[in-house]
Design a binder for this molecule. Structure first.
Ligand SMILES: Nc1ncnc2c1ncn2[C@@H]1O[C@H](COP(=O)(O)OP(=O)(O)OP(=O)(O)O)[C@@H](O)[C@H]1O
Ligand SMILES: [Mg+2]
Ligand SMILES: [Mg+2]
Length: 581
C-alpha cells in the first residue's frame, strides 16, 4: 500500500508555517505531493534525473548522503510481512539496549506512525521540526530539473533525516514498493537485508510472475552483505539465489520460529504467519548483533546458542503494530450507561481488524479470524486472552473500571459474524472474497452478513489523528461497493459469475441504513432469487455504519457481533480512528 507517484503540482507553502495549526499545515503540504493512482500508467515526475538519482540529490541537499551509512540499517523487502518483521526487529534490538529508528508504511491514522524512535511514534513537535527543515531546504533547491519529491520519496528522506538527527544506533527500514527502484534503495551499505514472504501483489508495477516479483525484491541485496529470507515458492527462491550468487551475498532461508523457543510467552502479533515473520526478525537481529560486534555479550550465558536471549523474548512478546490481526472490544455501548453494574444491558461488539489486501494475506487473515472467534467460543467467561487489553483501555479510557465490572456479568450470547469490507479498485475482489469465504468455511466459520462501505480516507489527503471525519458522504459513487456486494452474494450462494443480480433495491430511510433486524435474522440459506440480497448490504458512510452496529448491540443484549474488518488498510485505519473517538 504505497503512494503512487506521478506528476505533482506543488503549491506554494509558506516558508515559515503559522505557529497555530502547523501540524495541519504540514499535512496540507504533504498532501500536495500526492497524485491519484492511475491504473497501468507508469509514473514519472519529470525533471532530468531518474528516481534513485533524484533521491541521491535530495539527500545531498540535506547533507544526509554520508550519514546514512552510519545508521547501521536493516533493510526489509517482501510482499507480505515487511511491517511485522521490521516491528519485531526494532523491538528486539531496543530490548537489547539500542536506540532504534523504525520506518514503516503505510500509516493507519496519522503519518507519524511511520516514524518511530525508541519504539515510540515521533512527537508532533519533533516531526514538525524535521519536516519543515527538509521541506524548506528542498523547496529552495526545487526547479524544473529537480521537482519536489513525490510523497513516498519525501517521507523516506524525512525518515533518514529523523534517524540521523536522533542519533539512533540502528535504523530498521521497510521498502515501500518492490525493491530495485524503491526510494529506500538509496541505502548502499546496510548491515543486513531481509526478504519476507513473496506473493502476487503490485503486478502492474513488478510483473505478473512470482519470479519477476522476486527479482525486484532481490534488488535490495548489496554485494557481500548478508541476507535472510523465509521459505518461498521455488520459482521465487531460484531468482533470489541467483541474484545472491551474482553479488556474493550469503543468503540463508529461515524457518518459522518454533513456538517452544518462546518459553511460554506469546508473540505480540497474532496469527500463525507471524511465526514466519518472527523467525526472520530473529535472524536479522542476530546477524545485526554479530556484524556490529554485540552478539558475544548477549549470548555469553548461552554458549551453545540454543536459547533466545531474554531481550529477544521481550521484543517478540511486546512488539506492537496496529491493524494487523488486532482485536478491539468496543465498549462504548457498555460505557454508555454503566454507572451502575446493572447498566450492562447491552450486547457485545468486537472488531477483528486486519488490513489484508492480497490473496495470500486474505487467507492468513481468514485463518486468524476463524481461530480467534473459535478460541473465544471455548472460553467460559467473557475475558478473552485474544482481546487486546491495551485497546480496551484506549477505546474506553475513562470507563475502564466499569468495563471490568461488565465483564463479570457474561451470559450466553448469540454470536453473529459480520464482514465489513472494502478494497481498492486496483485489487481483484474475484480472488479476495472467495479466498476469504472458502478459508473461513474450511475451518467452520461462516459470516451471517456482509457490509460494504466506502473508506473515508481518500488518496489525495494525508491526515492526522485529529483531522475531522466527514460525517456524511452520501454523494459518493457506490457502484464499486454494489459490485462487491453482488460478487459476495454469488460467492456464498455458489451462483455462476455470469448471472445478473439486482442490487438496486436499497433500504429506505436515513442514509439507507438497514433495520436492526437485518443483523439478527439469519438469511444465509435464502438464495437471492427474488432480487433481494439478504446476506449483505451497502452502507454509504462508515461513521453511520459504526453507529448503527453500536445501536444494534445496545438494543439487543443477547447479541454478540464479531465484525471482521478487512480488504484495505485505509478501511482498518478509518475504523480504528472512529473507535477511538
Ligand atoms: N508472512 C506473511 N504471510 C502472508 N501474509 C502475511 C504475512 N505477514 C503478514 N501478512 C498479512 O499481511 C498484512 C500486512 O502485514 P504487514 O504490515 O506486516 O505486511 P507489509 O508487507 O508491511 O504490508 P504492506 O504491503 O501493507 O506494507 C497482515 O495484516 C496479514 O494479513
Ligand atoms: Mg504492499
Ligand atoms: Mg507495510
Amino acid at each position: 500500500m504505497e503512494e503512487t507517484e506521478s506528476n505533482v503540482a506543488v503549491k506554494d507553502f509558506l516558508q515559515d508555517p503559522p505557529l497555530s495549526n502547523s501540524y495541519e499545515t504540514a499535512m496540507e503540504a504533504l498532501s500536495s505531493l500526492i497524485t491519484r493512482p492511475k491504473r497501468g500508467i507508469q509514473s514519472s515526475i519529470g525533471g532530468k534525473y531518474g528516481k534513485l538519482d533524484r533521491m541521491h540529490v535530495y539527500l545531498k541537499i540535506l547533507d544526509l548522503e554520508e550519514q546514512i551509512t552510519g545508521l547501521r540499517i536493516i533493510h526489509v523487502a517482501g510482499t507480505k510481512g515487511k511491517g511485522s518483521t521490521c516491528t519485531f526487529s526494532e523491538a528486539i534490538l531496543r530490548e537489547c539496549g539500542f536506540r532504534t529508528g523504525l520506518f514503516t508504511s503505510p500509516h493507519l491514522i496519522d503519518v507519524r506512525e511511520r516514524f518511530r524512535v525508541d519504539g515510540l511514534e515521533i512527537s508532533e513537535d519533533k516531526f514538525l521540526l524535521y519536516f519543515w527543515d527538509c521541506w524548506n531546504r528542498l523547496k529552495e533547491h526545487a526547479n524544473e530539473d529537480l521537482p519536489m519529491p513525490p510523497l513516498f520519496q519525501f517521507l523516506t528522506v524525512l525518515a533518514f533525516k529523523i534517524f540521523v538527527s536522533e542519533q539512533v544506533d540502528v535504523a530498521v527500514i521497510e521498502v515501500g514498493l518492490g525493491g530495485t527502484n524503491d526510494s529506500t534503495n538509496v541505502i548502499k551499505e546496510p548491515v543486513v537485508c531481509g526478504i519476507t514472504s513473496l506473493g502476487m501483489d503490485h503486478t502492474e508495477t513488478l510483473g505478473d510472475t512470482i519470479g519477476k516479483i522476486a527479482s525486484h525484491k532481490a534488488g535490495i541485496f548489496k554485494p557481500r552483505i548478508p541476507a535472510f529470507t523465509v521459505p518461498q515458492p521455488s520459482e521465487a527462491m531460484d531468482v533470489l539465489n541467483e541474484r545472491a550468487h551474482e553479488l556474493a551475498v550469503p543468503l540463508k532461508v529461515v524457518q518459522p520460529l518454533d513456538q517452544r523457543h518462546l518459553k511460554g510467552l506469546k508473540l505480540s502479533l497474532s496469527g500463525d504467519h507471524q511465526f514466519t515473520n518472527a523467525g526472520l526478525a530473529v535472524s536479522l537481529c542476530k546477524s545485526w548483533l554479530q556484524m556490529t560486534g554485540n552478539w558475544e555479550k548477549l549470548s555469553q550465558n548461552d554458549k551453545q546458542g540454543v536459547n533466545l536471549p531474554e531481550a529477544f523474548l521481550r521484543g517478540l512478546a511486546t512488539a506492537h503494530l496496529s491493524g494487523r490481526a488486532q482485536v478491539v472490544y468496543d465498549s462504548s455501548a457498555k460505557c454508555y450507561n454503566s454507572s451502575t453494574a446493572a447498566g450492562n444491558s447491552s450486547g457485545d461488539l468486537i472488531f477483528y481488524l486486519d488490513g489484508a489486501h492480497s490473496p495470500e494475506s486474505m487467507e492468513v487473515c481468514a485463518e486468524w479470524f476463524s481461530s480467534a472467534v473459535q478460541e473465544r467460543k471455548q472460553l467460559p467467561k467473557f475475558v478473552s486472552s485474544s482481546i487486546d487489553v491495551e485497546s480496551k483501555k484506549e477505546v474506553c479510557e475513562n470507563s475502564y473500571v466499569q468495563y471490568e465490572r461488565c465483564t463479570t456479568q457474561e451470559s450466553n450470547k448469540i454470536s453473529k459474524k459480520i464482514l465489513l469490507f472494502n478494497c481498492m479498485e486496483v485489487r481483484d475482489p474475484h480472488v479476495l472474497l472467495p479466498r476469504l469465504v472458502n478459508t473461513c468455511a474450511s475451518s467452520g466459520t461462516y459470516f451471517s452478513k456482509a457490509i460494504f462501505v466506502p473508506s473515508m480516507s481518500t488518496y489525495n489527503k494525508v491526515t492526522s489523528g485529529t483531522s475531522s471525519i466527514p460525517s456524511h458522504i452520501s454523494s459518493r459513487d457506490l457502484s464499486w461497493q454494489f459490485s462487491l456486494q453482488r460478487l459476495w452474494e454469488k460467492t456464498i450462494h455458489g451462483i455462476e459469475p455470469n448471472v445478473e443480480l439486482d442490487t438496486s433495491s436499497k433500504f429506505e430511510g436515513a442514509e439507507n441504513l438497514p433495520p436492526h433486524e437485518f443483523l439478527y435474522k439469519d438469511a444465509s440459506h435464502c438464495k437471492p432469487a427474488d432480487g433481494n440480497l439478504t446476506c449483505s448490504t451497502v452502507i454509504s458512510s462508515l461513521p453511520s455504519t459504526i453507529k448503527w452496529l453500536r445501536d444494534c448491540v445496545r438494543e439487543n443484549p443477547t447479541l454478540r457481533l464479531q465484525v471482521l474488518v478487512t480488504g484495505s488498510l485505509h478501511l482498518v485505519g478509518d475504523v480504528l480512528k472512529l473507535l477511538k473517538r
